[in-house]
Design a protein around this ligand. Structure first.
Ligand code: PMV
Length: 308
């Protein structure tokens, strides 16, 4: 039994989404997690995840182990006792870890999908989404739920915390370059810092969140109506608001400027900020040129992806 799950990237609305404003995120299918489940001759549940150098039997892992705890949760949901199960789980991934591309949520989605199908009890997307959200909460404190939603449904999502999931269609495909600063994104810290600022100067930060909400709304309409070229200015504006939230960094600002200099239509940081990724909207013909400039400006890795 095989299953996979894509990466994701936030286009608009990070941080404001924590305060119930809308955010837009899309799947990134150039990178993915693959999970394979096989019957095994050895007793127990054997996990092989070379990306994190994990080769172990489930019962030897700590109960709060990121991957082990997901497997235990699913097996208990499926009424399957781990001690009487002889399987091998192979996990591979091309999603960079801790860079805002949703690697953790993607591992959980692919694992749950593969395990529930292997035991002939495939869970629905809604069930998987809820379960992964529970798991995300254990590891990330107070996540908004955007990662698990986009990755489970593998569709662009207009996300408002606590509201029914709204996926949307892309009127005309467009190209994004994603560049990684190579600096781990301390999402918990940046979310905490924004909260402290919001508590101190509520009016100012509520206004910034409202401006970001407007951007997400207009961006969704532009994408749906086939006018993605309008996203460039919206990205620039969103980036300057994220700077005001103090979540950019010199490295992110440098990449954003160099993308614009190299011909991008707009650029912004994406995700928690302070590190992690930035994104740039480009004409397809200029994608490689912008990606090369980003590498010259210090990016450790780039991904060119078509949103469709
Ligand atoms: O760094 P990422 O891609 O996991 O995104 C974090 C997005 C925030 O809005 C800052 C936090 C959240 O939980 O939505």
């Amino acid at each position: 039994m095989k299953s996979s799950a894509p990466g994701k990237i936030i286009l608009f609305g990070e941080h404001a989404v924590v305060y119930n404003r809308p955010a837009l995120a899309v799947p990134v299918n150039q990178v993915q997690v693959d999970v394979e489940i096989l019957d095994s001759d050895s007793a127990g549940v054997w996990i092989h995840a070379p990306i994190i150098d994990l080769h172990a039997e489930l019962s030897t892992l700590q109960p709060d182990h990121a991957i082990g705890s997901v497997i235990l949760k699913v097996l208990s949901l499926l009424d399957t006792s781990p001690s009487s199960t002889n399987i091998q789980i192979n996990i591979s991934s091309t999603i960079p870890v801790a860079s805002g591309l949703g690697s953790g949520a993607a591992v959980s989605v692919a694992l749950i999908r593969a395990l529930s199908s292997f035991f002939s009890n495939p869970l629905t997307d809604n069930q998987i989404n809820e379960l992964v959200f529970e798991i995300e909460k254990l590891h990330h404190g107070t996540p908004s739920g955007i990662d698990n939603t986009v990755i489970t449904f593998n569709k662009p999502v207009y996300f408002i915390k606590g509201q029914p999931i709204e996926t949307f269609t892309v009127g005309k495909p467009f190209t994004i370059v994603i560049a990684d600063t190579g600096i781990p994104a301390p999402t918990k810290e940046s979310v905490g810092d924004v909260r402290r600022l919001w508590l101190k100067d509520n009016n100012k930060f509520e206004n910034i969140f409202n401006e970001i909400a407007q951007i997400s709304l207009i961006a969704r309409r532009s994408i749906e109506s086939g006018k993605p070229e309008l996203l460039g200015d919206l990205m620039d504006h969103n980036h300057s608001l994220l700077q005001q939230l103090t979540v950019s960094s010199p490295e992110l600002d440098k990449l954003v400027l160099s993308a614009r200099d190299a011909g991008a239509l707009g650029a912004k940081l994406s995700g928690g900020g302070r590190g992690g990724n930035m994104i740039a909207l480009v004409n397809q013909a200029e994608a490689s040129q912008v990606a090369e400039s980003l590498i010259k400006a210090g990016a450790k890795n780039t991904i060119i992806t078509e949103i469709k």
